[in-house]
Write a protein that binds this ligand. Structure first.
Ligand code: ADP
Length: 363
């Protein structure tokens, strides 16, 4: 299989003309950050202020042109927004690639939900901490650009630093984190459109010094719309877990989540039932406020593994709000135990159990 070089790629891209300007995408300075690994090519197509989704056909044309080159096994082109005031000069095409991005990330696991408010982010954060407690090197990427909550949940604020080339992830509790919440205020995030979402996420994967990780946990935006589907298609996911509450409605939504991952051939590692039982903080009595066991039964019907239940408990909400997740605040308590059990099932499923970590007893 011939090796494809940057100059082959540039040559192929020089034949792609933007009908709006009549110029080819290379001389127009739109191509950035060409990255080739094992025949897989990745690059960004710059989108200027005032331009937007109308550049999608151009993006597709660039992918097609590069895909036709001998030795190319896959192509991902992403639309990247250039900001007006601080518009950067496109990187020289022969410049070294920016960083390893997710090159040394062994597995990426998406945490999804059929709808908002089921505790997806809370679960993603505590599972990331659970995987860390099992001795794994863990990163957490918040792809929910409409309502990023990882900074708050992980007790992080401020802006990530850069080493001049790539962004350095923020870190707390031993977990490397990146979130759109660090980059833009909510006002800005809300006007973002589909292709922008994808290019932002692609940057958070590719232009961030994730370094060596056993697993990168990806907190998906809630629901199963276009943004989620595109992320599931474009990010090389190892698998997905679906968070659901026991309510029937939520379970119907969870089915949509399953169908979405099936469509893009990402394995669903299993379903988690959140807010499962209510344990009274005063007397310890268990009540089944939303019914109970629905997710387990549903998982069985659908032939998907049931990964476990997390109770509805004040302590989980309070610790989340305070930026000290329950896995940090009370690592040997019953809730942490529930998260750890699920985390160890996930670790086993993605083959990340090999690293020797502290011994965790579930008894
Ligand atoms: P989502 O990401 O699905 O929108 P969040 O993780 O933001 O949901 O959770 C929604 C709210 O529910 C938050 O206030 C969170 O603290 C709370 N919450 C999540 N899981 C639990 C739980 N098991 N027990 C109590 N509160 C929870």
């Amino acid at each position: 299989m011939p090796n494809v070089s940057d100059s082959d790629i540039i040559k192929a891209l020089s034949s792609v003309v933007d009908p709006a300007s009549g110029r080819d995408v290379v001389s127009d300075g739109r191509i950035q950050g060409i990255h080739v690994q094992d025949g897989r090519v990745r690059f960004a197509l710059a989108v200027r202020p005032g331009e937007g989704p109308e550049k999608e056909p151009l993006r597709q044309a660039t992918e097609k042109a590069v895909a036709a080159l001998p030795g190319v096994t896959g192509v991902t082109a992403v639309l990247t927004a250039e900001r007006g005031e601080e518009r950067q000069k496109p990187a020289p095409l022969d410049a070294p690639q920016k960083g390893d991005g997710i090159g040394k990330v062994k597995a990426i696991v998406a945490v999804a939900s059929g709808k908002g408010g089921v505790g997806k982010s809370t679960t993603a954060v505590n599972l990331a901490l659970g995987l860390k407690a099992l001795g794994l090197k863990v990163g957490l990427l918040d792809t929910d650009i409409y309502g990023p909550s990882v900074p708050r949940l992980m007790g992080l604020s401020g802006k990530p630093k850069t080493d001049g080339k790539v962004l350095l992830p923020m870190e707390n509790y031993g977990i490397k984190c990146m979130s759109m919440g660090f980059m833009v205020d909510e006002q800005t995030a809300m006007i973002w459109r589909g292709p922008m979402v994808v290019s932002a996420i692609s940057q958070m994967l590719g232009d961030v010094a994730w370094g060596e990780l056993d697993v990168l946990v990806l907190d998906l935006p809630p629901g199963t719309g276009d943004a989620q589907l595109t992320i599931a298609q474009r990010v090389p996911l190892t698998g997905a877990v679906i968070v659901s509450t026991p309510q029937d409605l939520a379970l119907l939504d969870a089915r949509r989540g399953l169908a979405m991952f099936e469509k893009v051939k990402v394995p669903t590692l299993g379903i988690i039932e959140n807010m499962s039982t209510f344990v009274c903080p005063e007397c310890g009595h268990e009540s089944h406020i939303f019914g109970h066991g629905g997710a387990r039964a549903e998982a069985e019907t659908l032939g998907v593994d049931f990964l476990g239940e997390i109770p509805l408990h004040m302590a989980i909400r309070e610790t989340s709000d305070a930026g000290t997740p329950i896995m940090v605040k009370d690592p040997s308590g019953p809730h942490a135990k529930a998260y750890l059990e699920i985390a160890s099932k996930i670790a086993a499923k993605i083959g990340a159990g090999a690293r020797r970590g502290p011994t965790i007893s579930f008894s």
